[in-house]
Design a protein around this ligand. Structure first.
Ligand code: MLT
Length: 205
């Protein structure tokens, strides 16, 4: 579907009482990437999966970066707001509650930025290999929002100190954060899947 402000895929809920998911792909991915993961970790959830609008050598992303791990923070702010506006539009168009974000890498980073800048846009978030998206973010109120962060201790892109700092700042904003650090790299592992299954099972009715 492409009538809304982002190219996206939408799959309606399949009857179970699970929150909708906002699927956010990594660099070079698209709206198709995380559909099967979303179906797997939260069966029955409605799935809303936009494609990032920024192109880096032809690869879609959710915001501009100056180098690997060095972000154009003005663009992070602009794009996080733009994506939050899309979520509002899509909620109206499809009749959805506030979604839980499921983001990988660049998608996890834009989800973290949305939590900080537009906390009302998300009910919670599962952030896979996320890092701090903004050096000085406004103090958001994340009370009542569940956040799962899964990091890789051997991740060459995200330092352990950086993901720990993100977890601490989300907790200090009031989020209910579960941060797991696995002995793995930037790619996802079977353990990520198990952690997500368990965490998402705790978010439905
Ligand atoms: C980012 O740019 O968001 C991070 O470096 C992760 C990535 O997309 O490679």
């Amino acid at each position: 579907m492409s009538e809304l402000t982002f190219i996206h895929r939408f799959e309606p809920a399949a009857g179970l009482n699970r929150p909708p998911l906002l699927l956010l792909h990594g660099t070079g991915g698209d709206e198709n990437d995380l559909i099967s993961l979303g179906r797997m970790v939260s069966p029955g959830s409605a799935l809303l999966s936009p494609r990032g609008k920024v192109l880096e050598n032809g690869m879609p992303r959710f915001f501009r970066r100056l180098a690997e791990g060095v972000f154009d923070e003005e663009d992070v702010r602009l794009r996080a707001n733009e994506l939050a506006d899309f979520v509002t539009e899509a909620r109206k168009a499809y009749g959805l509650e506030a979604p839980v974000a499921l983001g990988f890498s660049n998608g996890a980073n834009i989800a973290a930025a949305m939590l900080m800048l537009r906390p009302e846009a998300l009910a919670g978030a599962a952030l896979l290999r996320a890092m701090v998206p903004l050096r000085d973010a406004p103090k958001a109120d994340l009370t009542g929002k569940r956040v799962l962060m899964v990091s890789g201790l051997k991740d060459p892109i995200v330092q352990a100190e950086n993901s720990a700092r993100l977890a601490a700042s989300l907790s200090s904003a009031g989020a209910d954060v579960q941060h797991e650090a696995l002995p793995t790299g930037h790619g996802l592992s079977q353990t990520d899947l198990q952690l997500m299954l368990k965490w998402f099972a705790g978010s439905g009715g």
